[in-house]
Design a protein around this ligand. Structure first.
Ligand code: 13P
Length: 245
């Protein structure tokens, strides 16, 4: 049982079936079964196509909406297919995930990620800043070096760092069903806390209604960024309920 203020963030990625009005209605239905609590911050990060609709549906709730990525430009420029942080904010997003490993793997550099973080903060979005090592980096025992570099370059000269939430997501844990050993995770989160000061630190990677019983006991974690298990409205809510029971 925890008494802490915790974040539960659903990252809907581009999962099948979640890009529809129906998926938003299911979330609303389950949220109604859920007792509101001042200890919990729930954030949904749907595809951009649903941000507007979702934030309108959540208007009378404490649930907030975020985006999964953004362009680094703060101005409006002719760039086909791009969406800048101001545009996300104007349709109701309060947060944006930046630096997710899936995007790092498809070419986002620390430098680009830093520009995105700065742009998002500047327009008033809160940033969910993802860091994490790959399996081969873990095997080479360079996790700390990798995390330090991602933090140093990604948050370089970022103002208002209190608007940054860090999500530690070991790449080898995402979508694999494997989570770090509790002791290892505790140490890594402590290491990150030492680097960033007062920022909230979340864990992400294969969080589900079973392993939450183990994860919630790790004292320094401030919440969870949840991919696969957030696809089903009930599973996501179960994770939250089990954290507090
Ligand atoms: P899974 O929960 O599917 O492992 O995904 C984690 C993640 O990438 C959240 O951003």
């Amino acid at each position: 049982m925890t008494n802490k203020y915790m974040y539960f963030i659903a990252n809907w990625k581009m999962f099948g079936g979640l890009g529809t009005l129906n998926s938003v209605n299911k979330v609303i239905k389950f949220l109604k079964t859920f007792k509101k609590s001042k200890k919990i911050k729930i954030i949904y990060c749907p595809p951009n196509t649903l941000i507007n609709l979702m934030s309108e549906k959540f208007i009378k709730t404490s649930v907030e909406v975020g985006a999964q990525n953004c362009h680094e430009s703060m101005s409006y420029v002719p760039l086909t297919g791009s969406v800048n942080p101001s545009m996300l904010k104007s349709v109701g997003a309060k947060y944006v995930i930046i630096g997710h490993s899936e995007n790092r793997q498809s070419g986002e550099t620390d430098k680009l990620i830093n520009l995105k973080v700065k742009a998002a903060i500047k327009v008033g979005l809160k940033v969910i800043f993802c860091i994490g090592e790959t399996l081969s980096q873990k095997r080479k025992k360079i996790t700390k070096k990798i995390l330090s570099k991602q933090i140093k370059l990604g948050l370089n000269k970022v103002q208002r760092t209190k608007n940054v939430i860090i999500a530690y997501e070991p790449v080898w844990s995402i979508g694999t069903g494997v989570i770090p050993k509790s002791r290892e995770l505790l140490k890594t989160i402590d290491f990150i806390k030492d680097k960033v000061g007062n920022n909230k630190i979340l864990y992400g990677g294969s969080v589900n209604p079973k392993n939450i019983l183990e994860l919630k006991l790790i004292r320094n974690i401030d919440g969870f960024l949840i991919g696969g298990a957030s696809q089903e409205a009930k599973k996501f809510i179960d994770i939250i309920k089990k954290t507090y029971n």
